[in-house]
Design a protein around this ligand. Structure first.
Ligand code: IDP
Ligand code: MG
Length: 139
């Protein structure tokens, strides 16, 4: 059985607030392995590919602007059921209702912005993970 991989992003709010180490720590403490890591400034072309499923939604343009507002950290984490496991560590999309104990529940809140700022991204399926890893870590 091949070990599952997922793409994790620390979004600009997380980098600005100095939470990169905290996110990595939670991933490592859970027992997953970091396979690759890079700091980058995402451009519109890259984000259009990454967030293709959201094109046309009301929050799409604010989402892209937010994701270009500062550096992000991209990483690949691995382990059995890491896709589901990291989504569980991250908590639900809305940080106001994300459970305490999760990254979003502990570290983020509603900032009154059009786009939800919630510290991290995690792939939501094996197909998304394979696609997203290829975008941020092309061979
Ligand atoms: P996820 O990050 O929990 O998988 P998605 O639905 O894939 O959530 O949305 C991608 C990102 O777009 C979210 O993390 C959040 O930053 C933003 N977002 C999602 N839904 C909304 C919304 O209804 N209003 C504002 N921003 C949103
Ligand atoms: Mg998503």
């Amino acid at each position: 059985m091949s070990i599952e991989k997922t793409l994790i992003l620390v979004k600009p709010d997380g980098v600005r607030r100095g939470l990169v180490g905290e996110v990595i720590s939670r991933v490592e403490t859970k027992g997953y392995s970091i396979e690759a890591l890079r700091l980058l400034n995402a451009d519109r072309t890259l984000l259009e590919r990454h967030y293709a499923e959201h094109i046309g939604k009301s929050f799409y343009e604010p989402l892209v602007e937010f994701m270009m507002s500062g550096p992000i950290v991209a990483m690949v984490a691995s382990g059995n059921r890491v896709i589901e496991g990291f989504r569980s560590l991250a908590g639900v999309t809305d940080p106001t209702v994300a459970a305490p104990g999760t990254i979003r529940g502990d570290l983020a809140r509603d900032q009154g912005t059009t786009v939800v700022q919630n510290i991290v991204h995690g792939s939501d399926s094996p197909e998304s993970a394979a696609r997203e890893i290829q975008i941020f870590f092309p061979k």
